[in-house]
Design a protein around this ligand. Structure first.
Ligand code: NAD
Length: 454
């Protein structure tokens, strides 16, 4: 579960060897600690002529305590150039391919100006909302720039494109929640993503250090791995966590729940009466569940020709069908209130497919289908539905992969390392915040910009 190579390259001997042999050079990533400033240095904000977001963004950044650099004063001497924590560019004013030059003019002089684990964020208009084919074409072009910067800038830099709807409701709060997530160390292992902020129900927290204050959150598969990290992160952010896992994992589950002052529910999600028992428990203890995180998942790998039907059935049932059954009962009994959140855990295997994992990849692609189909249907009820798709995460699951395949999986991404369970947990946390209600129908990869399925 530990990446010895990444630790080695941080040492003096390691650094020398990496340089001499041109070996992969995984940087140490900036991760979130409560009370941290959002960025390690000032942010430089640029905008295309006629952009509609520069003003709200600058207000959001200032209220979040981010120092905004002055672009004019910052045409600094070459011997002591200014270093930034983030480069943000409002590209909503770009309406024609000839306008794309403004991106080059902004980013070219700053290509080496970011501090380690810096952030690049480009904000655009969803192409389907654009007023003309030329505008839609130019807006679509932004993806190529952002994804390439993610691969090029290095030193732990991440790059994202945020599509912001023109509609009004909920967007400023959710734009703020999204910027706070993306700028901070919470998004350490998220890169090369296109995130949509649409219209929706969103409410800002009283304290951004406790963005889940008072929220009742169900986490399935919470006894270990990503689920245990999730329970901790969500409780740290103020949630009352209901941690669920199979009875066989009862001791580990109790330890997680005790550690965070949450409650434990021992339940096999595939049992026929699981949805009603879970709904009864949530109704009697809490009267509601604000956030449902479908994290429990299993693998039963075999190539399709060698796979018995049991392996197929178990994986589809745990990873997909049980989520649908639980959603149905919780929604039918109105236990998920307005402002509720559903977050499911998919996988890059569900995007790229994987040899030996037809069952798993089918189930995880199904999770994406669940998001696509439920999000529009639940928007009117003020409930958001999103998924995260982790790439290579350092857990027991990935520790079992044979060494050579494991090393390849770890390094084949822009950050040259595996992610940690906490990286997936922080991403789910952001999607669960009451402030993130206008972020719905997204599948956010937590994969360090993996080459798989890119
Ligand atoms: P894990 O095996 O460490 O934990 C999964 C948990 O789910 C276990 O505690 C298990 O007991 C529980 N669970 C399994 N079946 C259950 C059932 N029927 N009822 C209740 N609980 C059940 O796995 P992990 O690595 O922490 O993965 C968590 C999620 O992330 C899974 O959905 C997995 O597919 C997904 N994922 C993981 C990775 C990775 O690299 N680790 C990558 C992509 C996706």
């Amino acid at each position: 579960m530990t990446d010895r190579y990444a630790s080695f390259v941080q040492s003096a001997a390691g650094r020398a060897l990496v340089k001499r042999l041109g070996l992969p050079d995984p940087p140490r990533l900036r991760r979130h600690h409560p009370g941290d400033p959002l960025l390690p240095g000032p942010a430089l904000l640029g905008a295309a002529t006629g952009g509609r977001l520069a003003e709200p963004i600058s207000k959001i950044l200032t209220s979040a305590g981010v120092e905004l650099a002055d672009p004019v004063a910052d045409t600094a001497p070459d011997d002591n150039p200014r270093r930034y924590g983030a480069l943000l560019f409002d590209a909503t004013g770009i309406t024609d391919s000839t306008d794309l030059r403004q991106l080059y003019d902004f980013f070219h002089p700053q290509a080496r100006a970011l501090l380690p684990s810096g952030r690049v964020i480009v904000l655009g208009t969803p192409p389907q909302e654009c007023g003309s084919p030329r505008e839609a074409t130019a807006q679509r072009a932004l993806e190529g720039l952002v994804r390439s910067i993610g691969k090029e800038f290095g030193r732990g830099t991440t790059a994202q494109l945020v599509h912001v709807t023109r509609a009004e409701s909920g967007i400023l709060t959710s734009l703020e929640s999204t910027l706070r997530f993306l700028l901070s160390g919470r998004s350490a292992y998220v890169s090369g993503q296109v995130i949509r902020v649409g219209a929706g129900t969103a409410s800002a927290p009283a304290d951004w250090n406790r963005p889940l204050d008072g929220q009742v959150v169900l986490v399935t598969g919470a006894a270990r791995g990503i689920g245990a990290a999730l329970a901790k992160v969500l409780a740290r952010d103020g949630a009352q966590v209901v941690a669920l896992d199979v009875p066989a994992a009862g001791d580990a589950l109790a330890a997680v729940a005790n550690d965070i002052g949450g409650t434990a529910v021992q339940l096999d999600l595939t049992a026929p009466d699981a949805p009603t028992r879970l709904a009864d428990h949530l109704a009697s203890r809490h009267g509601r569940v604000d956030v449902v995180v479908h994290n429990a998942g299993i693998t039963r790998d075999k190539t399709l020709g060698r796979m018995d039907a049991d392996r197929w059935d178990q994986v589809i049932d745990v990873n997909l069908s049980s989520q649908e059954r639980i959603n149905d009962v919780l929604l039918e009994r109105a236990l998920i209130p307005t402002g509720g959140r559903i977050v499911s855990v998919s996988s890059i295997a569900g995007i790229a497919g994987n040899r030996g994992q037809t069952n798993y990849a089918t189930s995880k692609a199904g999770v994406i289908g669940l998001v696509d189909s439920l999000a529009p249907a639940l928007r009117e009820r003020g409930i958001s539905v999103n998924a995260v798709a982790p790439g290579f995460i350092e857990t027991r699951l990935t520790a079992r992969i044979p060494l050579v395949v494991r090393e390849a999986g770890r390094r084949m991404n822009s950050l040259a390392q595996g992610g940690l369970p906490v990286d997936v947990a922080e991403t789910i946390g952001w999607l669960a915040w009451p402030a993130s209600g206008a972020v719905s129908g997204n599948v956010v990869r937590v994969c360090g910009q993996s080459l798989l399925g890119a």
